[in-house]
Design a protein around this ligand. Sequence first.
Ligand SMILES: [Zn+2]
Length: 244
Amino acid sequence: MIHPTVRGLREIQELDLELRGLRGERDALPREVARREAEVTKLRKEIEGLREGHLRALVRVKELENDTRERRERIAKLEIQSNMVRHTAELLALQHQVSTLREEISRLEDEGIALLDRIEEIGAGERRTKERLAEEEGIFSTFREAARVDLAACEARLREREERRAQAAAGVDADLLALYERVLGARDGQAIAGVEAQICQGCFVEITPNDFVRLVRGKEIVFCRHCQRILFLVEEAQPGPAPA
Ligand SMILES: [Zn+2]
């Protein structure tokens, strides 16, 4: 037969395992929400960066247009001047200035063309990222709502199980419960182990014949000498037919 206290501890053990899972879930959900939110924020920042780049490029295009216009005006003036000069040297100097200005205009125009291509690229990138953002925002808001519902359910289950655990713990001797909790902490959340074919299912080490006899008698609490877990006989732990 199974020791009645061990029966109580097994109930506590089951609740503790469940509580562990529930607490893990409760802690993981907000972390996952925050992680996904950070991803969405990253996309928004990306779009902001693209928009700023777009504006900078437009400002530069305006500058290039002004610089080009200003050079064309200077060329027009130089051409008028060159119609009036009398010395070849002067004419050559003016022509040199004009050709320098034309070279500059050509460079400004090249930069302008490259910039227009770049603006188109940035614009396309912006549109793509905005589409992705809209999609991700939709996914995120659905997820956040589901997580909110899950979290509330998880917390309700936690409270209910904690209450049941407190009730079950009230029926167990305080020293034994403290011992159980020590083993629970040391043995990764499993303080109780079944014995099958005289093997502890917690550490898979054979128990002594004497311990086996003590277990069968069910008069005292038996610990595994190897892993310190509280033992019970698996054969006897099977649920019997429901009482009539
Ligand atoms: Zn063991």
